[in-house]
Design a binder for this molecule. Structure first.
Ligand code: GAP
Length: 490
């Protein structure tokens, strides 16, 4: 794991060197907190997204998926509360003019204290912060920052402004119509994908003849004008969410809250994330729409941080859209309520939400996968490698096909194998360099299986298969390669 043996900076460099993640617009010195996924990163991201999509929409018979537009009617964001409430308390350093989110500034201070052994102070400061945030006590938050002499990372001073609210939504103008009032043409880049689901609740329920409880899933881009964007792809201004809104009967929310909390944690474990690297963190200060909320946290190389949010959103969003749009957002439930002996009837459904950041999950997987290994060879000399132990089922390339030599008919056999496998999974063909060097490159890029075609292949139709994680090799029949890899990645 990158935080134990290795340096997080090395993981970032590795992601660049092996075509996983590049800084956006790098030739112009980059754009802060915006990243591009390279040829391997895009494929890994797609594989994670597909794994989520399949688990939600294919493995649950009562969850369907949609793909709503990023642009939405501006009233959506008024109704959802984002125009008025989607803001964070911020503070500016007067010397560097740098703006910080108050909770990030204090959490950063707490992380520093833990690193130097002051765990109790870190705990106390975080507890005070939680209490002050719950009360929206901005004067108290500023005092907490000043009392602990928390400094700006740039100016190194504690010369702070008052704490103020700052809205995180990006806006732009729609169409070419000039207006005296800039608000007339204003549209927002969605800060969460969830609202695209809420406004389509009736469309999906009616056209899909969905019966409560049922879910609507969606993956897609979201945008937030994050003030302190740190830690690589952990907190970005443009990112991707994988969200599912589960529509339920009012009153059943705690039952579903507990169900989805456990189900989602187990799902992360199914991706190879060790249970001890995951934990629940209950929210102290609830978002404006929630009556219960928790984070599934992962132990990132820089500490425990939110990976996924589970929110009981009550009927807040649907009721708000009902009020603002004047369209009924109700469901008729003809099941019998055992308490009354009558049908449940009409109601605005409650919603249980699961929301995971795709980029954060990518960072989770790649930081767990990254390892720098050293060992002693039989002759007593040291050998080493850098390897990405990405689970085979989501690895960008599954199989590398490597002819030992560029001659003697070996490339022809290798290309035939490549053609027979490429329909079923991603393969990579390479004939350049010594075989050991090629294996190391495949380790570094995270390819779980390599097959080498050599002279013996011509004699007995067998090949060497090499396993990335153990570096062990065995001889198998050429005709069995496709079947074996298919089984290993399923
Ligand atoms: N619809 C609910 C919602 O958006 P959230 O806790 O604000 O809730 C959900 O976000 C998830 O989206 C987070 O758990 C995180 O994984 C991801 N996320 C949020 N902001 C992000 C950012 N700036 N960069 C990357 N991922 C982010």
């Amino acid at each position: 794991m990158a935080n134990e043996a290795n340096n997080f900076q090395e993981l970032i460099s590795h992601c660049k060197e092996y075509g996983y993640i590049f800084q956006s617009s790098e030739i112009y010195d980059g754009l802060s907190a915006v990243y591009d996924y390279g040829q391997n990163g895009a494929q890994l991201k797609k594989n994670i997204r597909d794994y989520w999509w399949k688990s939600m929409t294919q493995l649950h018979d009562n969850i369907v998926g949609i793909d709503a537009a990023i642009f939405m009617h501006p009233t959506v964001w008024k109704a959802s509360g984002h125009v008025d409430n989607f803001s964070d308390p911020m503070i500016d350093n007067k010397d560097s003019k740098k703006r910080y989110r108050v909770d990030h500034l204090i959490e950063g201070f707490a992380d520093e204290q833990i690193a130097i052994g002051n765990e109790q102070l870190a705990k106390d400061v975080l507890a005070s912060m939680d209490a002050l945030l719950t009360k929206d006590d901005y004067v108290g938050l500023k005092k907490l920052i000043e009392d602990n002499k928390i400094k700006c990372a740039i100016s190194k001073t504690s010369n702070w402004t008052d704490v103020r609210q700052f809205n995180l939504m990006f806006s732009t103008e729609f169409g070419a119509v000039a207006s005296d009032n800039p608000e007339d043409n204003k549209v927002y880049l969605r800060p969460e994908t969830a609202q695209g689901i809420f406004v389509n609740f009736l469309n999906v329920q009616k056209t899909g003849r969905m019966k409560i409880p049922f879910g609507i899933a969606q993956t897609g881009k979201a945008f937030r004008n994050e003030i302190v964007a740190r830690q690589f792809i952990f907190r970005m201004r443009e990112f991707e969410q994988m969200e599912m809104q589960f529509f339920i009967r009012p009153g059943s929310q705690m039952e579903w809250y507990n169900y989805w909390k456990e189900t989602r944690k187990k799902w992360h474990e199914s991706l190879g994330i060790p249970a001890e690297k995951l934990r629940f963190h209950d929210h102290v200060k609830l978002a404006h729409y929630a009556d219960a909320a928790l984070d599934i946290e992962f132990e990132f190389p820089f500490g425990w941080k939110e990976l996924e949010g589970i929110h009981s959103r009550t009927d807040f969003d649907l009721s708000q859209h009902q009020t603002y749009s004047k369209k009924k957002m109700q469901y008729f439930d003809n099941d019998i309520d055992p308490a009354t002996g009558k049908a449940y009837g009409n109601y605005v459904p409650y919603v249980l939400e699961t929301s995971v950041g795709l980029d954060r999950l990518f960072l989770t997987i790649i930081s767990l996968a990254y390892a720098e290994e050293k060992w002693l060879k039989e002759d007593g000399t040291e050998d080493s490698r850098v390897v990405l132990k990405i689970p085979a089922k989501i690895a960008p390339t599954k199989l590398a096909i490597l002819p030992l030599l560029k001659k003697d008919g070996l490339p022809e056999i290798a290309k035939e194998l490549f053609d027979s496998c490429k329909e079923s999974f991603h393969c990579f063909y390479e004939e350049k360099d010594a075989i050991g060097k090629r294996y190391r490159r495949m380790d570094a890029v995270g390819t779980p299986f390599c097959v080498t075609i050599d002279h013996q292949t011509k004699e007995d139709n067998t090949v060497t298969i090499r396993y990335r994680d153990t570096m062990t090799q065995e001889r198998i029949a050429l005709k069995d390669v496709k079947q074996l890899i298919t089984e290993k990645i399923s």
